[in-house]
Structures are given as structure tokens and as C-alpha cells.
Design a protein. Structure first.
Length: 376
């Protein structure tokens, strides 16, 4: 049952996270809750699917990670307690008074809501692009870190080379993600050349993937089209997606589509443009990673985008992974990496409907991270 306090807390969070939507009318001006088609039956799902039980880690590297090929993996969550522990009801009860991040204000500070208030919002919102829990701090919190006990790192993604930077200095890398229908993450490339995995516990997500060399202006929503909601995933699907289906859309930049179902884990290679829309209420966990396979590109982008971090990382690699330090020595950081960067995701912010700096498969932006390190 809604209370005056919960309504007040929700209003405050919305005002801080999306100050450009200064009135109730602006949050619902497109009436997407009634007019946008969230069905997935007609979507042409073209992503290859494999089972973790059939493909060895080395085979996965050769077939998917090294060639930067997107794939959906089944079986990863078979033994996860999250499959039955991460329901709306159980999360709302266990973490009722714990605060979870659902956005950022204009200064880069986290906007948080207690789980009990967010759950009320999630169940009742008719906002065009609702607030989206995207919490990356749970692993460092006395109570919320128990979420870490409910899932295991997928066998293909256990390389974690940024760990050598130390937990305090490393770029943000893991998030618990909870969102209602119509929430999502705008079109972007994950920062620093990292790859990612997204494990969906419940609900359905719609993904579109574009090649790394796709011209940004071809796939971004313009301000004249999207107005104050130009960065929202639902606005992209409403304006840009229909163009991708026309005969005059360049075949080279045709999107590959995917409907991610409960229990499926999506592998998102570094450098791939992607966008995600929640078609119903979803609960997921996602993590970015630097591995021995993608290290040359990640190193290149880290040196260029985070030079101070790269120096600390290099010293640690010399000590713990000398063969990677030797590879780093050979990377020509003055030339191009061969992989596109979303300038907003490597420096200031990557588009997201819930936050200006986080994504369904991506990291908090480096610029925002540095802001907060200065403030804390």
C-alpha cells in the first residue's frame, strides 16, 4: 500500500536522477505504457545459442571471445541460488530497508532508493522510461554483499585482470540490475574495450547489436527526435529501430537482434554497439571483464583513457602476470586500436535510461568514477 513517505521518496529520486523531466507530465508524455509494443514473438532472434556443458573454455575463446562474436549461453545458472532467491518478493523482504542505486544526479552522486520504495514504484509506474536499479556497490556493503553468495562467476569469464589494480582503484565492474517494463540502456559501447556478460534471472530483455565500425550518427537518437528522452532505450526503439528495418538501411550495419529469456546469459564482446530494453520486469546480474584474450585492446584503451590507472596496473602485471606486461610493452598505443569507442562511455558517461553512466553490459563511466573518488 502506497504511503505519503514512499511517494515522497520516489518523487525525490526521480527529480534527482532525471532533473530534465521536471513535471509528472514529462515522464509520461509519450504514453509508451499504453502505446509501445513490448511483445517479443515477432522479433527476429538471430543470436547463436550454446550450452556451457557442450563448449569448453578454450573452445569458447576460439569460437566467440577471440573473434568478438556475440553469443547466448545456456546452463551457466543451473546451480545458482539466485534462480530461486532473486524473486521480487524475496528481495523486497530480505533487503527491504537497504538502499539500491537507481540513477545519478548531475554532480555524479548516486541516487538511491530503499528496496521497499523501489518495489512499490516498479509495480505501479507508467513512466515512459522508468527508473532502473543498477547497483554496483553491493559487493562492498555489509548486508547487500550476501548477493554475491547467490551466483558464481561463469566458467568462461573468470579472467579478471583489473583485480590487480585493487578493489578501490579498479573501474566499476559488477552490477545487480532490476527494472520494470520499458526501462533499459541506451545505445553504447562498453568502456575501455572490456567485454561483458549479462545473466538474466527472470523476465525478458530485447537486445540489438551493431558492428564496432557503425557510424555513431547512424544509430544515435537526435535531440530533435528524442527531446529530453533522447538517451532512453525505448526512445531508440521507437525512432531509430524502424529505420534499421527499411530496405535503404546499409546492409553492413544491419542490427543483430536477440530476445534474452530467463536463465540465459549473453556474452557481449568489447567494441560492439548495443542497446537493451526490458520487455517485462527483469532481474539480472552483469559484469565487465578484462581477460588475457581481450587484454591488448583493453590495455590500449586504458593507457589512452586512464593513463594513471594504466601505470598502476602495469606495475602489478609485472609482478603477478609478467607475460602480460611483456604484451603491454608491444602494444602500440599511439596507433588506433581497431575498435570503436563510445566517447561518452570512455570519458564522461555511457547512455543509460536509469543512469548516465551505467549499462546492462557495461561499466560505470570512467569520468563519473573519478568524480566520486574525489568526493568520497
Amino acid at each position: 500500500m502506497s504511503t505519503h513517505r514512499s511517494r515522497k521518496r520516489i518523487r525525490e529520486a526521480k527529480r534527482k536522477a532525471r532533473p530534465e523531466l521536471s513535471s509528472r507530465e514529462l515522464w509520461v508524455q509519450h504514453d509508451f505504457a499504453r502505446t509501445f509494443d513490448l511483445s517479443w514473438e515477432g522479433v527476429k532472434d538471430e543470436i547463436e545459442r550454446i550450452s556451457v556443458h557442450d563448449v569448453s573454455p578454450q573452445e569458447f575463446i576460439e569460437r566467440y571471445e577471440r573473434p568478438y562474436k556475440t553469443v547466448v549461453i545456456n546452463g551457466i545458472q543451473d546451480d545458482w541460488q539466485a534462480r530461486y532467491k532473486w524473486t521480487l518478493e524475496r528481495l523486497a523482504k530480505k533487503y527491504r530497508n537497504q538502499k539500491f542505486k537507481c540513477g545519478e544526479d548531475d554532480e555524479g552522486y548516486s541516487v538511491k532508493l530503499k528496496m521497499k520504495y523501489y518495489m512499490e514504484y516498479l509495480r505501479s509506474t507508467d513512466d515512459d522510461s522508468p527508473l532502473y536499479v543498477f547497483d554496483g556497490g553491493y559487493g562492498d556493503h555489509a548486508r547487500r554483499k550476501k548477493l554475491l553468495e547467490d551466483y558464481d562467476l561463469p566458467v568462461y569469464f573468470r579472467d579478471d585482470l583489473f583485480k590487480y589494480c585493487g578493489e578501490e582503484k579498479r573501474p566499476p565492474y559488477r552490477w545487480v540490475v532490476i527494472g520494470p517494463p520499458r526501462s533499459g540502456t541506451g545505445i553504447h559501447i562498453d568502456p575501455l574495450g572490456t567485454s561483458a556478460w549479462n545473466a538474466l534471472i527472470s523476465g525478458h530483455k530485447r537486445w540489438c547489436f551493431f558492428p564496432t565500425d557503425t557510424p555513431k550518427e547512424l544509430i544515435k537518437v537526435t535531440s530533435s527526435e528524442g527531446g529530453k528522452q533522447r538517451d532512453e532505450a525505448i526512445m531508440w526503439f521507437n525512432t531509430v529501430y524502424p529505420r534499421t528495418q527499411r530496405p535503404d538501411w546499409p546492409e553492413r550495419y544491419r542490427p543483430v537482434e536477440c530476445i534474452q529469456k530467463p536463465g540465459e546469459t549473453v556474452f557481449v564482446p568489447g567494441g560492439v554497439w548495443h542497446i537493451v530494453l526490458n520487455l517485462d520486469t527483469t532481474i539480472a546480474v552483469t559484469q565487465n571483464f578484462a581477460s588475457k584474450t581481450n587484454f591488448p585492446v583493453v590495455w590500449h584503451k586504458t593507457v589512452r583513457g586512464r593513463p594513471k590507472l594504466s601505470r598502476k596496473w602495469y606495475r602489478a602485471l609485472q609482478k603477478y602476470e609478467p607475460e602480460l606486461a611483456a604484451i603491454a610493452d608491444k602494444v602500440d598505443t599511439e596507433s588506433r586500436s581497431g575498435q570503436a569507442s563510445d566517447s561518452s562511455s570512455d570519458s564522461s558517461s555511457s547512455s543509460s535510461s536509469s543512469s548516465d553512466s551505467e549499462s546492462d553490459s557495461g561499466q560505470e563511466s570512467e569520468g563519473q568514477k573519478k568524480k566520486k573518488l574525489k568526493k568520497n
